[in-house]
Ligand binder design. Structure first.
Ligand code: HEM
Length: 510
């Protein structure tokens, strides 16, 4: 018996050098891609992991890895990196960034997000590209016109009233100390449910809410998500053997059924509202049911549901983390908080204590505070694009071929002292009327830029302004013993999310 084992072991040992060479070749095969094009790398790639070893092994947040690359390359306008085995073109120069996002957008129309064809919910405007993205974007853009946003303010107001009631109850129960990130998450879930889909979710009072709980899962880092992203970056062809999405199937099924039912209920009961569902129903008429369209240009019922889904999930985590960071900074900067409050109370008192669209536009200092919050804490720390037509970089002989991935390090630009002096200081004055025009173009992009910038930028701004104004006119926010200073981020999360934000609320007696 032992002889057989040893003989087999000898046999396997004789293959070992070939196996080692094979593994080495597989894990380093593409690593001459950039040098062949004449593009520098920031440092030598690690076999298999390329330049993202520390984020894949969860030693660092991906934003820190981007920061390391950004700092390392000094005055280089761009470098080539490898995200595991995938070559990516990392751009530092704002002029080239402007060309990619805006001026030469037609060469970069796609985002290149992980898009598993088996997951029907991934056929949405965030994840698709080309003509199908363009068509759907045109159909959905009218959702957020000034007129419709004015109508939505009333709906948002109902949710911000519930948020204040919740703060009030928690204040009594927990002597003012609250973890605000989860609370803001419930508020933004309620807002998107109400304004976009006409649903009264009331997650703020319902700890069992499936919308909130399945929504949270979408953004939670998990081993499943980590493995799928690693496969996507190493050998994308293997994705077809993987689960359909990095979210659990239960969560996909829940959202698919919920949005399908909402849309069908509206159609059957002929309810008309100025909201996302209305716009999706119009898109359905024009793109799914339209007999004049040929099969290639037609969309499916599921494509409509996929877009309902993305408008729901893209909306709550971004808004809730931004609002939480804003309150955190205001708690640490009492002078700025007092100034914002003074502005809010002044404008409210001129308008019988109410806030309407005009008042929100007049809240200029609050606007500056939100802009500075999004500079320090952009929810998406980088933007991506994919080359969709070969593109020769101006004044070089470097041509990026179809399919090349582009990475734009938004957060690193926001922290570059060339564009934002003393970047670690929270200073809303950077965005005063006087200073805003001095900002270097294409260095401030919390909502992205160009034709693919955030479709709901103005909606998100109104949602944040309304809740922040209501909170700050009734409460002072202060740090407490549980407040993390500095903030600790969730490593492995693909949005810029804090582990928690604890603050103390103190009622203002006027
Ligand atoms: C503070 C709040 C928000 C921030 C900072 C934010 C940021 C972003 C960014 C950076 C992008 C990518 C832009 C690019 O690639 O150039 C984006 C895209 C998008 N966002 Fe937002 N977002 C916010 C809120 C929302 C809300 C509330 C919704 C939905 C109601 C939403 C829906 C979308 C959609 C659908 C896209 C894809 C647009 C396209 O590809 O055509 N976002 N957002």
């Amino acid at each position: 018996m032992l002889t057989i084992i040893f003989n087999n072991f000898d046999f396997m040992l004789s293959f070992l050098p070939a196996i080692i060479i094979g593994v080495y070749l597989y894990t380093t095969w593409y690593y001459d891609y950039w040098s062949k094009l004449g593009v520098k790398c920031p440092w030598s790639p690690v076999p298999l992991f390329g330049h993202v070893f520390q984020s894949i092994t969860l030693k660092k947040h991906f934003m820190e890895v981007l920061e390391d690359i950004y700092r390392k390359i000094d005055d280089e306008p761009f470098v080539g990196i490898y995200s595991m085995r995938t070559p990516e073109f990392f751009i530092k120069d704002p002029e080239i960034i402007g060309k990619v996002l805006i001026k030469d957008f037609n060469y970069f129309t796609d985002r290149g997000s992980l898009n598993n064809p088996k997951n029907p919910l991934s056929h949405n405007i965030f994840q698709t590209g080309g003509e199908r993205w363009r068509t759907m974007r045109q159909k959905l853009s009218p959702t957020f016109t000034t007129n419709k946003l004015k109508y939505m303010i009333e709906q948002i107001k109902i949710c911000s009233d519930s948020l204040l009631e919740c703060i009030n109850e928690n204040f009594i129960k927990y002597s003012g100390q609250m973890e605000i990130r989860d609370m803001m998450g419930k508020y933004s879930t309620d807002v998107i449910g109400k304004c976009a889909f006409g649903l009264d979710l009331d997650t703020i009072n319902d700890p069992e809410s499936e919308f909130r709980n399945y929504g949270k899962v979408t953004f939670q880092p998990s081993i499943r998500a980590h493995v799928i992203v690693s496969v996507f970056l190493t050998q994308p062809s293997l994705l077809r053997f993987m689960p359909s999405s990095f979210q659990p199937q239960k969560s996909i099924d829940f959202f698919r059924n919920a949005f399908q039912q909402t849309i069908h209920h509206r159609i059957e009961s002929k309810i008309e509202r100025k909201d996302v569902v209305q716009q999706l129903m119009k898109a359905r008429e024009d793109l799914v049911l339209n007999p004049a369209l040929n099969d290639k240009d037609k969309f499916s019922e599921m494509d409509i549901v996929a877009n309902a889904y993305i408008l729901f999930v893209a909306g709550f985590e971004t808004v809730s983390t931004s609002m939480s960071f804003c309150l955190y900074e205001l708690a640490l900067h009492k002078n700025i908080q007092d100034k914002v409050r003074e502005e809010i109370i002044g404008i409210k008192s001129k308008n019988d204590g109410k806030l309407d669209n005009d008042c929100l536009c007049d809240l200029q200092y609050l606007n500056m505070v939100i802009k500075e919050t999004l500079r320090r804490y952009p929810p998406l720390v980088f933007l991506t694009r994919v080359v969709t037509k070969p593109y020769t970089l101006p004044d070089t002989n470097i041509t990026l071929e179809n399919g090349t991935k582009i990475l734009i390090p938004v957060r690193s630009l926001h922290y570059d002292c060339k564009y934002f002096p003393n970047p670690n200081e929270f200073d809303p004055e950077r965005f005063s009327d006087e200073n805003i025009n001095k900002l270097h173009p294409n260095t401030y992009m919390p909502f992205g830029d160009g034709p693919r910038q955030c479709i709901a930028k103005r909606f998100a701004e109104i949602e944040m302004k309304l809740a922040l104004s209501e909170i700050l006119s009734k409460y002072e926010v202060l740090p407490c013993e549980k407040t993390q200073i500095p903030i600790k981020y969730i490593i492995g999360s693909f949005v810029n999310a804090p582990e928690n934000i604890w603050l103390k609320f103190k009622p203002i007696h006027s």
